[in-house]
Design a protein around this ligand. Structure first.
Ligand SMILES: Nc1ncnc2c1ncn2[C@@H]1O[C@H](COP(=O)(O)OP(=O)(O)OP(=O)(O)O)[C@@H](O)[C@H]1O
Ligand SMILES: [Mg+2]
Length: 855
């Protein structure tokens, strides 16, 4: 028996919704007051968390094993063991020790930073309202167990499979599960059908509560749910982000290069008849030296630290990589209400059909709002304005408000009979009206009066008031479910006009975003006239506002042209918002979307960076990458800066790897082909690499110059290759100079050669960070203490080690003073050249497009 079926006693298994509430309550050993906390945690232990997969957790052992089984680590480990077995105990031990040290370093650094970011993420995890110990409490969705009594409200994602106990105007959209596009009403009652689609007394994990409120008994959680997570609104958008795509491309490039080099070196060694084990080790050490093995750690640590800093600026990051994506964002699309305007809309005027002030339309609107159970801004404003309006009225049926149709209706039963009340966007409601209210009577609406009403709407909009229309129809027959045909021949009752002034801070924030290279675009469902006026108020040049109808008429190609210049859109349906975002992306933009409603969920998913706000509809929060604790565009601008700073630091690491380190390993490979001995012993290369890694662990903590965060930071592979193509060979030139000096001038022995070159390559690799971490002069812009400490510390160890007793373990021999002094001069000359050449190599990319697309 699974959690989802309950044995019927007669042998067969029947779905849970065919049971009566009392039968299910008793078989789940619970009651309407819910579980006790103790009982719930006991059940949680048994049933497991209410999640799709058992989360692997951040177990350090697991993390270490994961790194150990990477091919290079495995080869090194094997090589170390073979060395020990063949008698080279010291050499073998050093290899293993270096491996252990670098893996330990990685794991420790990463674990620490990631934990902090995880705690933050947890703070915005979706919550469920559940009855525990008889009182309603908020718990993490993951903590729900069978037997819990939950409350779900409009905008929530249904957290578990459950049987409805009580409901009011409750509807759920199960499109993601069953494909049924319209919200279906859910209420308690006996159902005998075995089909889930007909289970109107049950709700399923992953559907979205569209309206109203319900109390329900949890029957199945986690994977013990009918639809699983595959299709649900809970599934995270796991499309690869622009940042991850770029990182992968870089990783692939270096991997190819490394493999090619290793094959060449290995073939050559075998050709020259060198000892096999040593040749293999040398090749592997080279590969280790070339692999940017710290890159995952550096990015995770930098991103996690970015997440912690962003929390300080009131942005909680759910998906770490989105920090970088935010820094590269070129277009920010936003919903209007609550982001550009204050979230608290208020009813400003109530106007009869012929233009006179009249409270009837808003009273009818308030009745509909109270009965339909919507908690959206407009409904809330209506019920706030007339809290008593719905007294004496009950709901018989409803057609849920639909953002596609932009209207909804209720069948309300009052003392004098029943009334159908429809409300929605004026132009949509007017299409359904044949007459207008005139006191007790109704009069036919002439085309002129029709136009006059729309003119009134435009007049209100010009004053910044958004209007909805209310219409009714007397209902004579018995109550039944409403159909489209019922919403016809309506009596126009009038308009409700709402004030929704722009936020005082919006204009300044938009100016700041523009200055940072980000274009703001409004994607609203509201009247284009209202949108246009608001755009003007917040400083957006929106001479043209495209409406949803116009957008639909455009082909993808034509739309791609329009989206380049249009700054504001009105009357958009939810999927049109998503289409516009895709059109912008196709043109090369990196697009963010900021929104808070059920109707914003598709756009949040389509965008590269989905931004939502604390307290937004559950679906909106679930679809977003970041949650803002403060609905203020200025917070977005702060976050953008943080994202760019994070990227700048990651770029430092990559540039370092692409310059000296790359050049050194290249020289090493080349030298091994021509020298009669190994230019550096495998253990020396590994030590070199370990110290180099150590020098870099301060990078995530480094500061970034203001000019770097002034423009969108786009990953530019070509710029990077150009950088490596200049800096790598430059480093090799100085290596060759070193080789020539050592062999031709000083006639050093092989151990001396290796030691001298170890010193030179360590010094160049580490010191170059001071040069290339900034575009300005290094001495004018010093690194943060942590980076100075990590790099100088590693440098000192490298410089001193060959002169200590440990040196002989590694095969080092202290070189003569003259050699050391010459090395010093070469290093200085190298640093001077990089400083002079870096301006040529670092062309700041101002290409504001997605890589590989657009112009
Ligand atoms: N509860 C409601 N009752 C009646 N009509 C509504 C309701 N909610 C929305 N509408 C109508 O649907 C239109 C679109 O909804 P809404 O303005 O909330 O969309 P939006 O895209 O979220 O817009 P915004 O950018 O203002 O947040 C509204 O302009 C209004 O005409
Ligand atoms: Mg909205």
């Amino acid at each position: 028996m699974t959690a989802n079926t309950v044995s019927s006693g007669a042998g067969g298994e029947r779905p849970f919704w065919t049971n009566t509430p009392d039968a299910l309550l008793s078989s789940l050993q619970t009651d309407r007051n819910g579980l006790s906390r103790a009982n719930a945690s006991e059940r949680l232990r048994q049933a497991g968390p209410n999640a799709d997969a058992v989360s692997a957790g951040r177990n350090p052992i697991r993390a270490i094993i994961k790194r150990l089984v990477e091919p290079l680590s495995l080869i090194l480990l094997a090589a170390g063991l073979v060395s020990v077995a063949t008698g080279d105990v010291v050499g073998g031990s050093i290899i293993v020790a270096i491996l252990v040290l670098s893996i330990g370093l990685d794991t420790f650094q990463e674990g620490h930073a990631v934990r902090a970011a995880d705690i933050l993420r947890q703070s915005v995890a979706l919550k469920a309202t559940v009855r525990r110990d008889g009182a309603l409490a908020e718990v993490d969705v993951e903590a729900l167990v069978p037997g819990d009594i939950i409350r779900v409200q409009a905008g929530d994602i249904i957290p578990a499979d459950a049987l409805i106990l009580e409901s009011s105007s409750f509807t759920a959209n199960e499109a993601a599960l069953t494909g049924e596009p319209y919200p279906v009403e859910k209420r308690a009652g006996a159902i005998s059908s075995l089909a889930a689609a007909e289970a109107s007394n049950a709700i399923f994990r992953g559907a979205v509560a569209q309206t109203g409120e319900a109390l329900a008994l949890v029957v199945g959680t986690g994977r013990q749910t009918l639809f699983g997570a595959a299709a649900s609104a809970l599934t995270e958008a796991n499309e690869i982000s622009p940042f991850q795509r770029d990182l992968n491309a870089y990783g692939l490039l270096t991997a190819r290069l490394t493999i090619a080099l290793v094959i060449v070196v290995l073939t050559a060694s075998i050709f020259f008849g060198r000892p096999l084990l040593q040749s293999l080790l040398f090749a592997v050490a080279l590969a280790v030296g070339l692999t940017p093995e710290l890159l995952p750690m550096i990015t995770t640590v930098t991103l996690s630290r970015g997440a912690v800093r962003m929390a300080g600026r009131k942005v909680i990051v759910k998906r770490l990589a989105s920090i970088h994506d935010l820094g590269s964002m070129t277009v920010l699309c936003t919903d209007k209400t609550g982001t550009l305007t204050s979230a608290r809309i208020s009813l400003a005027r109530s106007i009869g059909p012929y233009g006179a002030d009249d409270e009837r339309p808003s009273r009818l609107g308030a009745i509909a709002a109270a009965l339909c159970g919507g908690n959206a801004a407009l409904d809330a404003a209506l019920t706030r304005a007339m809290p008593e309006a719905a007294r004496g009225w009950t709901l018989s049926a409803q057609r849920v408000f639909d953002f596609g149709r932009r209207l909804g209706s209720v069948l309300a039963a009052g003392l004098d009979g029943s009334l159908l009340i429809a409300k929605g966007a004026p132009e949509e409601i007017l299409k359904l009206c044949s007459s207008g209210r005139a006191g007790e009577r109704t009069l036919p609406l002439s085309p002129a009066e029709h136009d006059a009403i729309l003119a009134k709407v435009a007049e209100l909009a010009a004053q910044g008031l958004r209007a909805i229309a209310v219409a009714t129809r007397p209902w004579t027959g018995a109550a039944r479910a409403l159909e489209t045909a019922d919403e016809a021949d309506l009596v126009f009752e009038g308009l409700c006009a709402f004030a929704d002034p722009p936020k005082a801070s919006a204009a300044a924030a938009i100016a700041r975003l523009n200055a940072a290279g980000i274009r703001l675009v409004i994607l609203s469902g509201d009247d284009p006239v209202v949108v246009k006026r608001l755009a003007g108020l917040v400083g957006l040049a929106a001479d043209r506002v495209l409406s949803g109808v116009e957008v639909t008429a455009l082909s993808d190609a034509a739309l791609a042209v329009q989206v380049r210049t249009i700054q504001a859109y009105g009357r958009l349906a939810p999927d049109q918002k998503a289409r516009l975002i895709r059109a912008l992306q196709a043109g090369g933009a990196i697009v963010g979307y900021l929104g808070d409603g059920i109707n914003d969920a598709p756009a949040l998913k389509a965008a590269d960076i989905g931004l939502s706000v604390d307290g937004a509809a559950g679906v909106a929060q679930a679809s977003a990458d970041m949650i803002m604790l403060d609905t203020d565009l200025a917070v977005v601008a702060d976050g953008v800066e943080e994202g760019r700073r994070t990227f700048a630091n990651i770029l430092k690491y990559i540039r370092m790897g692409a310059s000296s380190n790359f050049g050194n390993m290249l020289s090493m490979a080349v030298a091994s082909l021509f020298l009669p001995f190994l230019p550096m012993l495998p253990t020396q290369i590994l030590l070199n690499n370990l110290l180099y890694d150590l020098s870099e662990i301060g990078i995530p903590f480094d500061g970034v110059r203001p000019e770097v965060v002034a423009r969108p930071q786009v990953w530019d592979m070509r710029a990077l290759i150009r950088f490596a193509a200049i800096m790598g060979p430059l480093s090799s030139v100085f290596d060759l100079l070193t080789f020539a000096g050592l062999l031709l001038l000083f006639h050093v022995s092989p151990p001396e050669f290796r030691t001298a070159w170890f010193l030179e390559s360590m010094a160049t690799q580490i010191l170059v960070i001071f040069v290339i971490r900034t575009n300005g002069r290094p001495w004018r812009n010093l690194p943060r203490p942590i980076l100075a400490a990590s790099s100088l510390g590693a440098l000192i160890v490298a410089m001193v080690l060959p002169f200590t007793p440990v040196a002989r373990w590694f095969g080092f021999v202290a070189p003569p003073l003259a050699v050391t002094a010459t090395l010093g001069v070469i290093v200085l000359a190298y640093l001077t050249c990089t400083e002079l050449l870096k301006r040529v190599a670092i062309i700041e990319s101002v290409r504001l497009t997605r890589p590989g697309k657009g112009a």
